[in-house]
Design a protein around this ligand. Structure first.
Ligand code: NCD
Length: 307
């Protein structure tokens, strides 16, 4: 039973096929309106979410399927002390597919090993978030026309930001990529991400604390929120939270075809005035995420012999 815990679970040709399916869904939504009729997706969200859960649910509804939902650890048997393993064994009796978000790194892997239906990781602690990366890849491909030969700036909380970890893993497989990693000293990309993806694939990267110095050379600027919920003390969070704020003034130094991305939710990292700039792509990412989740649901249900 194939699950998707992180992006390397999908081959490059599968990523291409998912993007092609998403484009086809965008062009011909009616062709997919009954594709998952009588199938059920369970969304198990033990951490806050707006976009990821609702886009999974909208995706399943737009495929003609149904949704079962648990939101918040406090409303399910997790609150009584049930393990992730027992929860997903149970949910496998009701649903054809599970999308799960959990505060603990590795929880999605435990779920996949115990479920008898495919599991999609919708974010496990500060580890990874593959379906956000699917949204990001489609956005880059649509905006730039390619996924290779790009200089990508990642800015903000690169330590705890799981979307960044998955995006580095995905983009490191394309040709001609280079990264500028922009973060405070305390929030640098973890060594395991650098070793497993950047160093292993010989991808050029630089680390800097200055957004102003880096911005002029970028094709993509991926801003992130400082992940308050993963800090051990509030003081550090308060000191670091406003390290980077993208403003129209800072964007004057950027290329005219820069693509500004953010997985959202935004706190202060991008001033609202930037939303008017044609280079702002973060709300397009939201929509692309729904189409990529539709494509992924179709792929996994087909592979599981359910369609
Ligand atoms: C991200 C997440 O949950 O990791 N949100 C999302 O799914 N779009 C980013 C974040 O919370 O900062």
């Amino acid at each position: 039973m194939r699950s998707v815990i992180d992006v390397p679970d999908l081959s490059l040709s599968e990523l291409d096929a998912l993007m092609d399916t998403a484009e086809d869904i965008i062009a011909r939504p009616d062709d997919y309106a009954d594709a998952c009729r009588r199938k059920k997706l369970a969304t198990l969200f033990f951490e806050p979410s707006t976009r990821t859960r609702l886009s999974f649910e909208a995706a399943m509804y737009e495929l003609g399927g149904n949704v079962l939902s648990v939101t918040g650890a406090g409303t399910s048997s997790a609150a009584k002390g049930e393990s992730v393993a027992d929860t997903v064994k149970t949910v496998s009796c009701y649903a054809d597919l599970i999308a799960m978000r959990h505060p603990k790194e590795g929880a999605a892997l435990v779920a996949a090993r115990n479920a008898s239906v495919p599991v999609i990781n919708a974010g496990d602690g500060g580890h990874c978030h593959p379906t956000q990366t699917l949204a990001d890849l489609l956005t880059i491909r649509r905006e730039k026309g390619r996924l290779g030969n790009l200089t990508v700036g990642l800015c903000g909380d690169l330590k705890f930001g799981r979307t960044v970890h998955s995006l580095i893993g995905a983009l490191s497989r394309y040709e001609g990529l280079s990264f500028i990693l922009i973060s405070p000293e305390e929030l640098k990309v973890p060594s395991y991400v650098k070793n497993d993806h950047l160093k292993k694939n010989g991808i050029p990267y630089q680390q800097t604390t200055s957004l102003e110095e880096a911005i002029g050379g970028l094709d993509i600027l991926y801003m992130t929120r400082v992940q308050r919920e993963r800090f051990f003390n509030e003081e550090d969070y308060l000191r670091l939270r406003d390290s980077y704020i993208l403003t129209p003034e800072k964007l004057k130094k950027a290329r005219p075809d820069l693509c500004v991305m953010h997985p959202l939710p935004r706190v202060n990292e991008i001033s609202v005035a930037v939303d008017e700039d044609p280079r702002a792509c973060y709300f397009k990412q939201v929509l692309n995420g729904k189409y990529m989740r539709m494509a992924l649901i179709l792929m996994l249900l087909k592979e599981a012999g359910k369609l």
